[in-house]
Design a protein around this ligand. Structure first.
Ligand code: PEP
Ligand code: MG
Length: 654
């Protein structure tokens, strides 16, 4: 049982007149809890439309909502949404007679329609339509709204026992989230579990209970105090733990309230998950095969959740800027993860259009399955490798199901960014070995850490930069930070015996960067020899993604084993057009003659030195561009797993 109360200022046009009053009553009746509205000393039962009307709540009035019952927190969240949405989200009162009043409703409806965007960011290709599955985190009760319980004598002991019991169940709940095949998720889980077991925090909660607070209030107050004191620290790594403390506090609070945490493990088959935000951790508890699509208010196409959805072929639109209140009212969604189009509560015609395009996509996908085992060769006899871009071990399955002929780009930064602490050498070794063994007999190209500027790393202080894309990132940052770079190189050397490992360096612009890396590798080898640890050497290549690497390709080709062209960055640097800036998107074109000439220069330099060239930027998955790259001499294309079968077909038809 929980008792909550919260104050609101009514912003609904005309106050709680018949229509909003009946909406509020409808909301109140959908919960078991007792819900009352207090205004000017008068109280009304929110489940009674008459009582609410008699209360005479006007626009601008201050009211207090009091809720008591086992679903009080959910009810308060829903009631808050109702009041906070105010006039924007609630239909104004019908005008009282007279032609002059008539335009009010249609104008408002049109304005509301105009305010709803039609597109978000296409984060994972494909069309989807289905019922909306709402995945919203309910707000926690405000501790000051919890009544001061007079917990005395035995009841204090009971309250302490309730807390200890909730803590134990929360720890089990946290640990149950770890999945054996997902080391990244497991690491996050371990960090949360550690926080739940923090003795100092437990002592604080106990002290609050002994001082007379109920267990829920004690957990909320001490959790927030601990999170705030950690936030005040200088160290960015320590600061990031405040977020973990709040996550654990939420789990314990939900357990105390007898409520289940929202989870994605029971999504109805084919439903579209609608959320404010979805994290990779949320997806880690989901049965992804049940999810028809994802629609999120926040997020970008480069987020880890987007990468996971692409890897599993789940259509997704992120960054769809509609209020959470509005998203919570949606019951059906159609979306297109390629164009970013979203239709909320679509008409029958729109649903029919979407179903037709989903059927067409399925037909094509079925036909393409025939290419899964194909080793693509162009009609003039050139063998082309179609490999996968991955960012975690969780994506290996999708890569293999789609016929990947190895890994052309393993972005290791996700291993570093998603964790609470930098991964140790041994942890990295274990991850690289799993990837190498999964692609036995096929090349696995692991890229060393490409981080910095726009992609900060927990525990590493980055300077503020005016132009992060021209700043301290990739190989520049790694060479300046051997404490991070060397464990990665050592882990790679130690993993090499497990398969056909190749390693490449990101953001290279000067041959000295390659030479310095080779020197570090030699140092690591000497250390491993001295420690008696087994290892093997690997081919070292570079990403060609800066104009400097293109213009000095002949020089680089003499000192590295292969080139992999990163068209995402190469396009932005050749065209001087930020890859994230939509205002210059018309210049950010990989098919511009300048970028294609750069690709030609790289291929010519590679041919004369006898090394091979691949492309691992997004453009590799574009059929027209793939043809242009192959014409110029590229022999490997690496892309998201979902694009591999199409690419194999394209090559065979060249
Ligand atoms: C690229 O720049 O093309 C590339 C593959 O690297 P990233 O997208 O990770 O910068
Ligand atoms: Mg790049």
């Amino acid at each position: 049982m929980a008792e909550l109360q919260q104050n609101f200022t009514v912003t609904i046009h005309g106050g709680l007149h018949a229509r909003p009053a009946s909406e509020l009553v409808g909301i109140a009746k959908s919960f078991h809890s007792k819900i009352e509205i207090l205004r000017d000393g008068k109280v009304a039962n929110a489940k009674s439309p008459v009582k609410i009307l008699l209360l005479g709540v006007r626009e601008g009035d201050s009211i207090t909502v009091m809720i008591d019952g086992d679903d009080a927190a959910d009810a308060m969240a829903r009631v808050s949404t109702f009041f906070e949405a105010g006039d924007n989200e609630n239909t104004p009162p019908a005008a009282e007679g007279g032609a002059a009043a008539k335009p009010t409703a249609p104008i408002t409806i049109e304005a509301a329609k105009a305010a709803t965007p039609t597109h978000g960011i296409g984060a994972s290709e494909g069309a989807a339509e289905g019922v909306a599955y709402h995945f919203f985190q309910s707000p926690l009760p405000d501790p000051s709204s919890l009544p001061a319980l007079e917990v005395k004598g035995n009841s204090k002991e009971q309250e302490l026992a309730r807390y200890r019991n909730a803590l134990a169940r929360s720890s089990d709940e946290i640990n149950a989230r770890a999945k054996d095949d997902d080391p990244t998720g497991a690491e996050i889980v371990a960090a949360l579990s550690e926080i739940a077991g923090d003795e100092e925090w437990q002592e604080q909660v106990t002290a609050h209970i002994r001082a007379g607070a109920c267990a829920l209030k004690a957990v909320l107050i001490s959790g927030e105090e601990t999170a705030r004191s950690v936030e005040a620290l200088d160290d960015p790594y320590a600061r990031a733990r405040a977020e973990d403390i709040r996550a654990v506090m939420r789990i314990i609070a939900f357990t105390l309230m007898g409520k289940e945490l929202p989870s994605l493990d029971r999504v109805p088959y084919g439903a579209i998950v609608v959320a404010e935000e979805i994290t990779a951790l949320d997806l880690s508890t989901a049965d992804l095969s049940r999810i028809g699509g994802l629609l999120c208010q926040k997020g970008a196409s480069t987020s880890h959740a987007a990468i996971v959805s692409r890897a599993h072929g789940i259509p997704a639109v992120f960054g769809f800027e509609v209020s959470a209140a509005k998203l919570q009212r949606v019951s059906y969604v159609a979306l297109d993860g390629s164009s970013g189009e979203v239709v909320l509560d679509p008409s029958e015609e729109v649903i029919a259009r979407y179903r037709a395009s989903i059927d067409a996509e399925r037909q094509i996908a079925k036909q393409r399955l025939a290419f899964k085992e194909v080793q693509p060769v162009t009609k003039d006899g050139r063998e082309i490798t179609i490999a996968a871009n991955i960012g975690s071990l969780g994506e290996i399955k999708a890569a293999k199901e789609n016929g990947a002929m190895g890994v052309g780009l393993f972005r290791t930064e996700l291993l570093f960014m998603d964790r609470r602490e930098l991964p140790t050498e041994d942890e990295q070794l274990a991850i690289y070995e799993v990837a190498l063994r999964a692609f036995e007999g096929q090349d696995v190209i692991i890229r060393t850490l490409d981080i910095g500027g726009d992609k900060p790393l927990r525990g590493v202080e980055f300077p503020a930069e005016e132009n992060p894309f021209l700043g301290w990132r990739g190989i520049r940052m790694c060479l300046d930070t051997p404490s991070i770079f060397k464990p990665q190189l050592r882990a790679l050397l130690r993993a090499a015996p497990a398969g056909k490992l190749k390693v490449m360096l990101p953001m290279v612009s000067d041959i000295e960067e390659v030479r310095a890396t080779k020197q570090l590798i030699d140092e690591c080898i000497m250390e491993l020899d001295a420690e008696g640890k087994p290892y093997a050497r690997f081919d070292l290549g570079i990403m060609v993604e800066t104009p400097a690497a293109v213009l000095a390709a002949e020089l680089f080709a003499k000192e590295v084993a292969f080139f992999s062209i990163g068209t995402n960055d190469l396009t932005q640097y050749v065209m001087a057009a930020d890859r994230m800036n939509p205002t210059v998107a018309k210049l950010y074109k990989t098919d511009n003659a300048a970028v294609l000439n750069a690709v030609s220069l790289v291929c010519l330099a590679a041919q004369s030195a006898g090394i091979w060239v691949g492309v691992c930027g997004e453009a590799a998955a574009n059929p027209d561009l793939a043809r242009k790259f192959i014409e110029r001499g590229v022999t490997e294309l690496s892309m998201s797993p979902a694009s591999i079968l199409r690419a194999k077909q394209v090559v065979c038809e060249l």
